[in-house]
Each structure stands twice: as C-alpha cells, then as structure tokens.
Design a protein around this ligand. Sequence first.
Ligand code: C2E
Ligand code: MG
Ligand code: MG
Ligand code: MG
Length: 279
Amino acid sequence: EAKGAGRNQLCFFDPALQAETVERALLVRDLRQAVDNDEFKLFYQPIVDTHREVKGVEALLRWFHPKHGMVPPDRFIPLAEQTGLILPIGQWVLETACAQLAAWQQDMQRKEWTIAVNVSGRQLNQTSFVGLLRRVLQKTGAPANRLRLELTESVLQDNVESTIAKMNELCELGVRFSLDDFGTGYSSLSYLKRLPLEQLKVDKSFIDDIFEDSCDAAIARTIVALAQSLEIGVVAEGVETPEQMKWLVENGCQLFQGFLFSRPVAPEELAASPIKLSS
Ligand code: C2E
Ligand code: MG
Ligand code: MG
Ligand code: MG
C-alpha cells in the first residue's frame, strides 16, 4: 500500500518541486563551508525600556553568500537544523556574541547591556552543551550574567525533565533564559512555572494585530499578565508603531524590540541609548 504510493510519487514529476530540491541541496553544500569561509556576521537588535533606553540586544545571524548575497535566517536555519550544521554554526554564534560581550566591558555606554542568543533544540540537546558554553565563557572572558539564551516552546516539548535539569545547570554558570515567540507553541502552563526563566517574549504575530483583532489583543494582554504572575519579565517583539508601544505600556509591558526603535544592525552601527523616534 505505502510502497505503491511511493512508486506513484516517483512517477509524478513536478519541476517546481525539483528546482526547490536542487536549490536546497546547493544551499546545504555552501552552508557546510560558510563558517570556514567567514561568511557569517552577527547583527544586533536593541531591546529598550519604556524610556527607549537600550537595555540589551538580540544577536541575529546573517549569512552573506558570495553569489546570492544575504540569505535570510528563515531560509537557512531550518536547513542547518535538519543537517546538524546548526551545531558548528551555533558554536560560532555563541563565541562571537560572547567576544562582543567581553569587548563591551571596556565600553562605558554598553557595559551593562545583555546579549540574547537564539539556541535551537538540537544545540541544547547535545550532551556537551553545558561544557561547551563553559569553555566559551572562559575563553572569551564574557560576563555570564549578561548572556541570555532564547529558547522556543518546541524545545520544551519532549524530555521536559532533562531539559529543566540542563537549564538549571546552565543557570549555575550565570546565564539566564528567555522563552521566545511565546504564544505560538504548546507550552503547558503547569511546567512553565518550573522552568528557570527570566522572561517571556510575546510573539510578533500578536503585536501585529492588537488593533485589528480583539483575540490577539486579549492574548498579548494575557501573556503580559501571565509573566507578571510568574514574577518574570516580558518583552514585546516586532513593535513597529508608537501606538503599539503606547498600548503595550498601558497593559504593563516594560521591554520592547522592533523596527520602531531599530532594525537589526552590524555592531559598529548600534546607536547609544536612548533611541529617539524618527517619526
Ligand atoms: P526570532 O528569534 O524571533 O527573532 C526576531 C525576528 O523578528 C528577527 O528576524 C527580527 O529581525 C524580526 N523583527 C524584529 N522586530 C521586527 C519588526 O518590528 N518588524 C518585523 N517585520 N520584523 C521584526 P530574523 O533576523 O530574520 O530572524 C528570524 C529567526 O531566525 C529568529 O526569530 C530566530 O528564530 C532565527 N535565528 C536568527 N538568528 C539565529 C541564530 O543565531 N541561531 C538560531 N538557532 N536561530 C536564529
Ligand atoms: Mg529570538
Ligand atoms: Mg521571537
Ligand atoms: Mg521568530
């Protein structure tokens, strides 16, 4: 039965699908060389408080492909995860972000900033992840208490107990955790309170439609209230207008990230705080 279906699928030639498959294979081939060829760069997007003062940044990976130019993370991160290349790439991201944190220790305007790094499930689940991070912190001299690891709810789906244990081990190094894209996954509220989290990040998709969709507004408001009752922080992602910021402030949110303040930029372009509104 299944075999028959497989045979039928092989006979069915879809040129668009084949082009996509070839393109993916070529991208994966290039992705294998990208760390060694120095094609990655970390961009940083400010996270600001109610006074638009920068409190920290999120590190966002950029791949400058020699032929295709900048490839967006949504295009290559899933490929890196599927192929395991996320392990060496993720290590490069951690090393680069920690080196930046160490360098900012000499910079009066930036020494208090935190850097949030996105960590995928595959990275966190490597048995050597705690040791790896310990070595990176030692090698770079970065202050661990300024490093934030952003996890998504999907990471917490299986092996909850071992994930919690590992997060606690990492907390002992001094690092802290944010739960990214919150509201889009399937977090169980019962173990949310057992996770050592410093903050939740409200997903951009809810912020986008707070004025058009009363459900999204209710969800955004509920996530802020949930963080408050868990006594942890909350960051609104994807804030693009002053009206959205005003609404979020009125609903108790204290930290914001979005194009309203700054796009992700190269570290040398990061503005010192506070960020004035251009409009
Ligand atoms: P994320 O961690 O949720 O990062 C936030 C994304 O929202 C970034 O997209 C950022 O540029 C975008 N964004 C922020 N504010 C606004 C806004 O006001 N408007 C709009 N339209 N977009 C906004 P980016 O840089 O394309 O990254 C996409 C995703 O790729 C990230 O989502 C994260 O899941 C993943 N990613 C990026 N860098 C890394 C990395 O170093 N490691 C891993 N594992 N994943 C990464
Ligand atoms: Mg993130
Ligand atoms: Mg996010
Ligand atoms: Mg996202």
